[in-house]
Design a binder for this molecule. Sequence first.
Ligand SMILES: [Zn+2]
Length: 281
Amino acid sequence: MDSSGWFRLAGFLSIFAVMACAEIIWPARQAPLSRWLRWRTNLSMVVLGTLTGRVLLPATLVGVALMAEENGWGLLHHLSWPVWLAITLSLLWLDLVIYWQHRLFHRIPWLWRIHKMHHADSHIDVTTGLRFHPVEIAISLVVKAAAIIVAGAPAISVVIFEIALNGFSIFNHTNIRLPQRIDDALGRLIITQRLHRIHHSQYQNETDTNFGFSVSLWDRLFRSFKSRALQPDETLRVGQQAYPPTRQNNTVWRLLTMPLDNQVNDDTKSADGNATDDFRK
Ligand SMILES: [Zn+2]
């Protein structure tokens, strides 16, 4: 593993450890299944996703950024702008691309089949933030590689972005609840745990909001921000109706084959939350 790989691993492990401790000490909600059962499966998906990435792109995204730099590919390599500006713009660009990628994973039916597995988790905690289908990991890798090449993103910005994306995903899936006033204040800037749980609601008109992983800017800009769900956070129903919290719905094989489920594919997104627009701020 190269130095940026070790850097990413260290960043990932420290954020994971801190947030896991926080949710064990101050849990916001009770999990319907045992931690062991869910963690075993969710963490297996991390291993499968990482292996998929390695096979598909052995050079990693940092390698893609370096290749673009060597060949002069991408907008920023043709502009002699200060490094700090190039890094800032690259981070914003990559975050914007991930926002729209996430939105399309909800909008386009065959992409939803793949992303649905992430939303089928019956409880939201640090490991949910890492539970993605290997096909979603693969698609996302191709999208990110293309975004890096188009922009000519500096390699350092790719290292920062990868650590931040992973870190924010762990952060906003953590099973903690900040005091409402702090949550509302922070929500002006970033997607908090409570805001992200609205995205994991069983009601489609709540699921299709708060797509951002880090800053709340994109959701506000593209009108997908929702500050309040119909139900309070304490009783918000998360997960997917079609996948009740059972041991059978939580095996690695079950998660991997979820995109092929025809019988439940149509009604998983039709749970009706009714007039939640009244709660939209
Ligand atoms: Zn989603």
